[in-house]
Write a protein that binds this ligand. Sequence first.
Ligand SMILES: Cc1ncc(COP(=O)(O)O)c(C=O)c1O
Length: 380
Amino acid sequence: MRSSTRSAVDPFIVMDVMQAASAAEAAGRHIIHMEVGQPGTGAPQGAVAALGQAMEQGALGYTVALGLPALRARIAQMYGDWYNVDLDPGRVVITPGSSGAFILAFTALFDTGDRVGIGAPGYPSYRQILKALALQPVDLPTSPQNRYQPVPADFSGMDLAGLMVASPANPTGTMLDRDAIAALVGACDAAGTSFISDEIYHGIEYDKKAVTALEVTDDCYVINSFSKYFSMTGWRVGWMVVPEDHVRVIERIAQNMFICAPHASQIAALAAMECDGELQGNMDVYRANRALMLEGLIEAGFTKIAPPDGAFYVYADVSDLTSDSRSFAAEILEKAGVSVTPGLDFDPARGLSTLRFSYARSTADIAEGLARLKAFMAAR
Ligand SMILES: Cc1ncc(COP(=O)(O)O)c(C=O)c1O
């Protein structure tokens, strides 16, 4: 049977790495997982309990396409609590994860062939989803001096229909401050470029609170999710905040593409928003892990790293250690029993000289992983 050209997207290399790690585990080896981009913890207890109750009481059929009104209202309230932003709940759309939100956003904003700028390194699926929707991802190589975040000069005169940014970013964990967001928004406004802000790692931040693009402008799309801070990856529930006059556009697409985000997950998500105690407990673990990583990686010999502002990753420049991060990651898995992600997923042009280390798992795992990495590097 024929297949479309736009379906020829690249695989997610981290998934291949996870596959290799699980094959090693099936063969009886103990592997420390520093490749995974998800919390080691499950959904908060309160979320699970709320779903249990709801399952006893009702059928959990479809919800309306924009999501449960109570959840949309609670998310709007969170913008007041977290950022002092007064947000109309009517602008909040519940989505099947932030991944579902990207599909809705890109479909609502762009026409076939439109060019959309994405920072490199960046989350790989932006590029692949854009390609699958017959849009053109335009890699914007960012510099270490700008902490791997795009700045207006990176896309000036490029005729982009959209710009996608993430703060805190995956894989670097760096954030855009208010001035940096304002500069990007200003440049996008002037060029007629739609601004999309992926804020999925908000809540997982260390020294400073992350800034939402909504503090700077209402004329943007903000995408977020229950996957990371709320520790609910497999529940597939996220949200998007869109300009008022885009709500109906999104509603029509969502009705047809997804009908709704999973009802059960929406109920659990609403309850998760009242579980700050448990979620802050997760944050204590990330904080301890981050401190161990920053010290331990340098001691092991991964010296070209920068402290992440948020998320749970350290992105290391390993150009002094290898010219092929893929085979280096395979060697680390084979000899040290630690699974890490080669940078190629995030930066097709420069990723052969970078690795991403995730510290989302337990502190005991991180300590063991670092000990193994030190022994591996010392024997190299
Ligand atoms: C920056 C970024 N955005 C979006 C996603 C997708 O998250 P989800 O679809 O689970 O909300 C991820 C997952 O790792 C990510 O790192």
